[in-house]
Design a protein around this ligand. Sequence first.
Ligand code: FAD
Length: 467
Amino acid sequence: TDADMHAEVVVLGSGPGGYTAAFRAADLGKQVILIERYQRIGGVCLNVGCIPSKALLHTAQVLNETKHMAQNGVSFGEPKIDLRKLADWKDSVVGKLTGGLQGLAKQRKVTVVHGVGEFAGPNALKVTTDDGVKTISFDNCIIAAGSRVTKIPVFPNDDPRMMDSTDALELEDIPKRLLVIGGGIIGLEMATVYNALGSKISVVELQDSLIPGADKDIVKPLFNRIKEQYEAIYLNTKVSKIEPLKSGLKVTFEGDNAPEPQTFDKILVAVGRSPNGKLINAEAAGVAVNDYGFIEVNKQMQTNVPHIYAIGDIVGQPMLAHKATHEGKVAAEHITGRKVAFDAMTIPSVAYTDPEVAWMGMSEDEAKKQGVDYVKGAFPWAASGRSLSLDRDEGLTKALFEKETGKLIGAGIVGPNAGELIAEAVLALEMGADAEDIGLSIHPHPTLSETFAFAAEMAEGNITDLM
Ligand code: FAD
């Protein structure tokens, strides 16, 4: 052919899905090219997502805890924040990881091509690089082009005071009054950061609860805590207009409890992410993309064109890094002839707010909707010695079991470190554990992890098989 380059496997996009797939395919003996439009590989997660946000959330936690300790006899005085130094540290964390990935790519002889890729046919991509357009042909392709921030077109998005999550992570300044539009995970994580750094925060959410998708009882402790710390939280409310004025951004709200128009110094819009399916000329390869821009795949991660696979944010919800990596492995292994399927029993979700909110398996709302006969064990952290030692009592661990068999079907945890704790519930679900298995497993004392065993014990008495 007249292609400039050829690879057995070409991966489009170097996020957690793409680099995992590329590395796995290379480890299994394939010759691999990884295409990435940005200079740094690692995608949204490493560069402008999971990792930089967690570095800043750690900072928020230190600020919150040291401030709080004044009540208990230890004061540190007013924190002095050197924003540039903080941003540099955050960037250095990202740098270590993306640099590490580059090394791993080299070790595995994965060729990284920097440029914007789009399909030129069912076996070729056109990549626009700094030295012109290159055609790369492939036997198999894995689309891992991810997602981008969703913009609301009627907002004055070009105003420098309007931020998306990427802008917010830059830490340009600490606005006096910050409005966060969207009470989902990303909006609330960035609200946590800016609140700790000293901004007055208002959050506006269209739905009747923050973090829609999680059960209300595990969101409530977060809501109650941040309600005290933030200027305002408006639920069931919509932002209908934003006017850029010299004095700030004037915001008009809509809804039954909508406040009067107000002016904010900056606004963070965090209303979701849109898949990049329509930006890669997929039709040239015959790959079907739906109206939203998602690419549909089977359990082997194959698109409607069987030698072309798709993984990660571009194939659907939940848009999470750990889903993308697992899908990436499945795609790479299937290409190399292994009998595999993406068949997770659950994909856990975590909001790394303060307190953290984490859930997995079936939510209680879903169980009710589906008419599942379940038993609930719920252990309040006000009775956990470890939680009280952290001077925190708002947490809750809840576990849902099938009434007949006692098998775990879902769990939700809110409290410090809930994101770490939920992993045990995921393992229990994948292993088919029942309430007795969990209750009988000796957990170290005093830990927050005990609360999961206590929740299971509380449910045991109501499980048919154990009665
Ligand atoms: P992406 O990470 O989106 O990577 C796609 C890559 O493809 C990008 O590097 C892009 O430049 C490249 N690309 C796209 N099109 C082309 C093209 N045509 N040519 C060349 N290159 C292209 N998830 C979690 O699980 N935990 C978290 O804590 C978490 N925190 C987050 C915080 C924020 C602020 C944000 C925005 C997201 C967060 N996420 C988190 C979500 C997570 O980042 C994504 O789910 C994950 O990055 C998806 O991986 P992916 O491989 O599908 O694609």
